[in-house]
Design a protein around this ligand. Structure first.
Ligand code: AHR
Length: 326
C-alpha cells in the first residue's frame, strides 16, 4: 500500500474528503489507484461557444494526463447533474468534478460524495453552501471582476455624455454564479461612476436565440437604450442581429459590451458590432487535471484557483483572432 504524508495538502476539509481516509487515517494520502485515476465530470450543457470550448479543454487535458474521464452533459438540468454525480458515487470514481448549473441545492448529493470518501472539485461556477468542506477546490473565473470591467470600459466611452446613460442587461440563467456576480460587479462599478444606470434586464439563458428574444422585449419596453451589457457573447450576438433588424447600429447606438471572448465574439468586436469583450477563459482543463493528480500524489491543492481574464477592444480583438482557439 502506497502512503505519503499529507503535510503539503492545503485544501480545507480535504482529509475527511479523501478516498480511503477512514477515522484515524488523518495525515495520509489515499492509496493511488492501480490503473489511471478515474474522474467523473458533469458538464452544465452545450449552451454556448464558451461551454463547447470548456468541454474540449477538459476532454483533451484528461487525455494528455492519462486520466480516465467519465463525462456527462446535464443539458442545463440540475436534476440530471445530481443523477450524474450520484452515478459517479455509485461507481466509486476517484474524483468528482462538475460545473454547477445553478448555485443552490447541492448539499445532499455532495454529502453523499464526502461520506463515500470521494473528493469533489468545482469548476467554472460556485455553489451556495454553508459547508465548504463539501468540495476540496474550485477552479474558475472572477465573475464579479468581469462585471466590474464591463462597466468600467463602457463608462469610459460615455465620459463626455451629458445626461444619464440607459443600460439594459441580458442575463444568463437565473441562480447561476456568473449571472449573479456579473450583475453585482456591473452594478457596483456603475454606482461609483454615477452616470450609467441599468434601466431594465431580461434573461437570455446564455444562448443567441435567448439573447435575441430578450433584446426584442427590451426594445418594446424601453424607448431610450444607450448601451447593452450582455453577460455572454452568444446573447450579445443575438442582440446585434435584432438591433440591425430594427435599423439600429449596434456598436455605435447602442454600444455593447459582452463577456467570454470566443472567436465569434472577437470577430463581432473587430467588425465594429460590439465595443468591448471581457475575456473569461474556458480553457481550465489542465488546471483541473493538475488538481486531480495532486489529490492523489500529495501535491498542494489550493481551495481556489482562478482562470485567465483580459479586456479586448477592436484593435486587440483583431490581433487576437488569428490565434484564437475557441
Ligand atoms: O459559467 C460561464 C458562462 O457559462 C459563460 O460565460 C457562458 O457563455 C456559459 O454558458
Amino acid at each position: 500500500m502506497r502512503r505519503r504524508t499529507l503535510m503539503t495538502l492545503g485544501a480545507a476539509g480535504l482529509v475527511s474528503a479523501l478516498p480511503g481516509c477512514a477515522d484515524g487515517d488523518e495525515g495520509k494520502v489515499p492509496e493511488a489507484p492501480k490503473g489511471p485515476i478515474v474522474l467523473g465530470f458533469s458538464q452544465v450543457g452545450s449552451e454556448s461557444g464558451w461551454r463547447l470550448a470548456n468541454t474540449k479543454s477538459i476532454q483533451s487535458a484528461a487525455r494528455n494526463n492519462r486520466i480516465d474521464l467519465k463525462f456527462s452533459n446535464a443539458e442545463g438540468d440540475q436534476a440530471k447533474q445530481i443523477a450524474a454525480i450520484q452515478s459517479y458515487i455509485d461507481a466509486r470514481v476517484n474524483v468528482i468534478s462538475f460545473a454547477p448549473v445553478v448555485e443552490s441545492g447541492w448539499d445532499d448529493v455532495l454529502r453523499r460524495a464526502r461520506d463515500a470518501g470521494i473528493p469533489v472539485v468545482l469548476t467554472d461556477r460556485m455553489i451556495n453552501t454553508k459547508d465548504e468542506s463539501l468540495y476540496v477546490s474550485s477552479i474558475g473565473a472572477e465573475f464579479l471582476s468581469e462585471g466590474n470591467l464591463a462597466a468600467l470600459y463602457l463608462g469610459l466611452d460615455f465620459a463626455a455624455a451629458a445626461g444619464p446613460v440607459n443600460v439594459v442587461e441580458l442575463l444568463g440563467t437565473p441562480d447561476s454564479t456568473p449571472t449573479k456576480q456579473r450583475s453585482d460587479g456591473f452594478a457596483a462599478t456603475i454606482a461609483r461612476e454615477g452616470k450609467l444606470r441599468v434601466v431594465d434586464a431580461e434573461t437570455g439563458n446564455w444562448t443567441q436565440a435567448g439573447g435575441a428574444t430578450a433584446m426584442r422585449k427590451l426594445l418594446r419596453r424601453q424607448k431610450k437604450i444607450d448601451a447593452v451589457f450582455a453577460q455572454n457573447d452568444e446573447m450579445g450576438l443575438g442582440a446585434v442581429a435584432v438591433l440591425k433588424e430594427q435599423g439600429l447600429k449596434p456598436g455605435t447606438q447602442p454600444r455593447i459590451v459582452t463577456v467570454d471572448a470566443t472567436r465569434a465574439g472577437l470577430k463581432a468586436l473587430a467588425d465594429g458590432d460590439l465595443n468591448y469583450v471581457v475575456e473569461c477563459s474556458p480553457e481550465i482543463g489542465s488546471q483541473l487535471m493538475s488538481v486531480v493528480v495532486d489529490l492523489y500524489l500529495g501535491g498542494s491543492v489550493p481551495k481556489r484557483i482562478e482562470s485567465q481574464k483580459n479586456v479586448f477592444n477592436r484593435d486587440t480583438a483583431k490581433d487576437a483572432l488569428p490565434t484564437r482557439t475557441y
